[in-house]
Design a protein around this ligand. Structure first.
Ligand SMILES: *Cc1c(COP(=O)(O)O)cnc(C)c1O
Length: 399
């Protein structure tokens, strides 16, 4: 067997040098646990960054993928497959939007959403092409989606960027009101900013944004890539507010770990696309769709959004206990369901490494926010285990 050392050395020689990886080689997983190639066990509260909503190696996903792989892995979108149509129908029924398009990733879903919004704008006026997004947002790494991303650090070096994007402070309706005009084709927002540090806007924000969009004939695009799929305690984060978007994007948890994304649209928005206007070779192939169909059926059968709400509340309470215990270190606990961030007074990186040494995977976003996006089927005992590790790590820091 190749050693971890050798794998890490080879990676640094052969892979594009874009990832600052933790020094561990993961090999297998089971439920909320993963194991490295030396057999060390970790409690996985990062879940592949909000991807592994059923944990690792869920038998229903494993069976669905294995059965589908033995039958048909891929065919072109020039043909129909039962798995793809079934996924589209399920997504429409579960979300209340009218149409679905299946692609391969979050960035690709947002890229398609941006294209659809531009086409829609042009059905109204030739210059109705502008897209407003939020500061500290995250929408992906393609040229258009990193431009939509309101964080200069992701854009630097890639200029010239596509035009037509502008940014407003997240959660600030007055700023949005000033920015929206007849030239706006869409306002694009995350209902909860994930990568930006787990920021939840005031309850009226999405409603106000939707009203401004309606007033100016613009579309509201909600990026539910991280907040969707049950994570916040409802299937979609916007369902807490009742504000239905015109276009919505999904990815991360949708395939239970298999790469997949989706654009959802109302009929009004969807009509702007016709044959040939958008496409994908791999997107919606039967293997990925079978994984998503199995994931969705478990999510619905086991009512995982409800479990996310329950476990999230339990975990927030425990984290607030840690905040009271370490007030010099923790200044805030933010979250909804099982997307939770704790605001630290110093960089989070060392704590992530200390947790890893103690047997838990988490990550740090926005520099000083520890983020938890575990599987949605975790139990109290897993939260307790995570809290014990955090307590130990924070206590060592306080000494
Ligand atoms: C992760 C993420 C994306 C990008 O998804 P990829 O699959 O990495 O392209 C876009 N938007 C949000 C809100 C995300 O969390």
């Amino acid at each position: 067997m190749t050693s971890a050392e050798q794998i890490i050395a080879d990676e640094s020689k052969y892979y594009l040098p874009v990832f600052a990886r933790y020094q561990v080689v993961l090999e297998r997983g089971e439920g909320p646990y993963v194991y490295d190639i030396e057999g060390k066990k970790y409690l996985d509260f990062l879940g592949g960054i909000a991807v592994n909503i059923l944990g690792h190696a869920h038998p229903k996903v494993v069976d669905a993928v294995a059965a589908q792989a033995g039958k048909l892995i891929h065919v072109s979108n020039l043909y129909y497959t039962a798995e793809q149509t079934k996924l589209a129908k399920t997504l429409v029924e579960l979300t209340g939007l009218d149409r679905a398009f299946i692609c391969n990733s979050g960035a690709e879903a947002n890229e398609g959403a941006i294209k659809l919004a531009r086409k829609y704008g042009k059905t109204i006026a030739a210059d109705k092409v502008e897209i407003i997004t939020a500061e500290h947002s995250f929408h992906g790494r393609t040229l258009a989606t990193l431009t939509a991303t309101g964080q200069p650090k992701y854009q630097k070096g890639y200029e010239p960027l596509p035009g037509g994007f502008s940014y407003v402070p997240f959660g600030d309706l007055e700023a949005l009101k000033k920015a929206v005009s007849a030239k706006t084709c869409a306002v694009m927002l995350e209902p909860i900013q994930g990568e930006g540090g787990v920021h939840i806007p005031d309850p009226g924000y999405l409603k106000g944004a939707k009203e401004l969009c309606e007033k100016h004939g613009a579309l509201l695009i909600l990026d539910e890539i991280q907040s969707g799929m049950g994570r916040t305690g409802k299937l979609l984060a916007w369902q807490h507010t009742g504000v239905k978007p015109d276009i919505m994007t999904l990815a991360k948890g949708l395939g239970g770990g298999v790469p997949i994304g989706a654009i959802m649209a109302t009929e009004k928005a969807a009509k702007a696309f016709g044959p040939g206007d958008h496409g994908t070779t791999f997107g919606g192939n039967p293997l990925a769709c079978a994984a998503a169909n199995a994931t969705l059926s478990v999510l619905v059968e086991e009512d995982l959004p409800a479990n996310a709400a329950k476990m999230g509340a339990y975990m927030m309470e425990a984290l607030n206990g840690l905040k009271a215990k370490y007030p010099a270190l923790i200044t805030g606990v933010r979250g909804q369901g099982l997307i939770i961030g704790i605001q630290l007074t110093k960089p989070g990186k060392d704590f992530v490494n200390a947790c890893m040494a103690a047997g838990a995977l988490i990550n740090c976003t926005a520099g000083d926010v520890l983020r938890f996006v575990p599987p949605l089927n975790i139990e109290k005992k897993h939260v307790d285990e995570m809290m014990a590790i955090l307590d130990k790590v924070f206590a060592a820091d306080a000494m």
